[in-house]
Design a protein around this ligand. Structure first.
Ligand SMILES: CCCCC/C=C\C/C=C\C/C=C/C(=O)SCCNC(=O)CCNC(=O)[C@H](O)C(C)(C)COP(=O)(O)OP(=O)(O)OC[C@H]1O[C@@H](n2cnc3c(N)ncnc32)[C@H](O)[C@@H]1OP(=O)(O)O
Length: 324
């Protein structure tokens, strides 16, 4: 697998195993509205908008939809950049769908984990320039999704004086707070993004960073105020799915679009080759340990003590939501 040809194919949007019988890790081709895909061939920019209410949490089907949508966009040679966004103005993604982890089905659990691994392989190794537009919370695997992109823009949130309207999004790998640990490849992604010491601290404490702190440690590349801009770029308006058309003047999406345009102008071969330099080793190391990682995950999650923690956590989430 780790040959120069396999490496090149990984980054050109094709997988070496796709030319053979379906690999056990290949996500099935799914088409649904969990991820809304919009494409503008003139600008070379596409948008993938996560649309799984209430929280864009990552279920098996959501992971498969993400991979499928990304591959479909990648197959279009006119597209160079993709923006990953959310229809929920307050949540980018709440991370793994915790209900997948509670009292799991023996057959589904490893398939679920494989689908998450595949999201990492496909998104981190995409030939496309990927820009995350983080309008709302991005805990745990939500942060992982953003870190798998090439560039992250985050909204400062609504710091309105009216406490009821106030909304400050946070981002980070908060797994330890839930009594679980991020898998090595996810933790290493944080190290690669913010550096060793900051990552060591953040992983141990399960820190969720508000936008300004996330910017200061390099977890996001830019933050933008929560405001409407005077005039929106009409090309962006065309790209937005109907569910978020009213956000056309939104400064976050404008900024993400500008960054996607910058990437789209770079000669693609050079851009992809430079991405391989920094990412291929990490991806191939994970692929080599993929089955071991799945076994470890399934063994860990099905432990009695972990199940007890997760059950209590889901209960608390539901109670909190019911009290609103
Ligand atoms: C080598 C060893 C390997 C071992 C590996 C073991 C495990 C894997 C480890 C790491 C990988 C990654 C793990 C994860 O991603 S775990 C998930 C972590 N996510 C969270 O902790 C976030 C939980 N959610 C929240 O904190 C809040 O919902 C929010 C995102 C801050 C938004 O708050 P808000 O107030 O706006 O919304 P609500 O809280 O009212 O939620 C609305 C609605 O959504 C449901 N929900 C929220 N999050 C999830 C979720 N992650 N999964 C499923 N459902 C979720 C919530 O229950 C509400 O639903 P309801 O129907 O009740 O309205």
């Amino acid at each position: 697998m780790n040959t120069p040809r396999a490496r090149a194919m990984l980054f050109m949007g094709r997988r070496s195993h796709q030319s053979h019988a379906p690999h056990k890790h290949s996500p099935p081709a799914v088409a649904n509205d969990l991820v809304i895909s919009t494409v503008d061939e003139n600008s070379g920019i596409a948008m993938l908008t996560m649309n799984r209410p209430p929280a864009n949490s990552l279920s098996l089907e959501m992971n498969e939809a993400l991979c499928y949508s990304l591959k479909t966009v990648e197959a279009n040679p006119k597209i160079q950049s993709v923006i990953l966004s959310s229809t929920n103005p307050k949540i980018f993604s709440a991370g793994l769908d915790i209900t997948e982890l509670v009292a799991p089905d023996n057959d589904r659990l490893p398939r679920f984990w494989n689908s998450l691994q595949q999201v990492y392989i496909d998104l981190y190794g995409s030939r496309l320039a990927t820009v995350a537009a983080i309008q709302g919370h991005a805990p745990a695997a939500g942060c992982f999704l953003a870190m798998s992109c090439d560039y992250r823009v985050m909204s400062e949130g609504d710091t309105n004086n009216d406490i009821k309207k106030k909304h400050v999004p946070t981002i980070g790998l908060n797994e330890t707070q839930l009594g679980i640990a991020a898998p090595p490849w996810m933790g290493q992604l944080l190290v690669r993004t913010i550096g060793f010491r900051q990552a060591e601290l953040a992983l141990a404490l399960g820190t969720l960073f508000p936008p300004e702190q996330a910017l200061s440690i390099g977890l996001v590349d830019d933050i933008v105020p929560h405001q409407q801009v005077e005039s929106g770029d009409h090309k962006l308006v065309d790209l937005l799915p109907s569910q978020i058309k009213d956000q056309a003047q939104n400064s976050l999406l404008q900024k993400a679009y500008t960054q996607a345009q910058i990437y789209a102008k770079i000669p693609p071969q050079a851009r992809v080759a430079s991405k391989m330099v920094t990412r291929e080793e990490h991806i191939f190391r994970m692929i080599a340990k993929r089955d071991e990682d799945t076994q470890h995950f399934c063994g860990f999650v099905t432990q009695k003590a972990v199940q007890k923690n997760l059950t209590a956590y889901v209960e608390a989430l539901k109670n909190k939501s019911a009290k609103k």
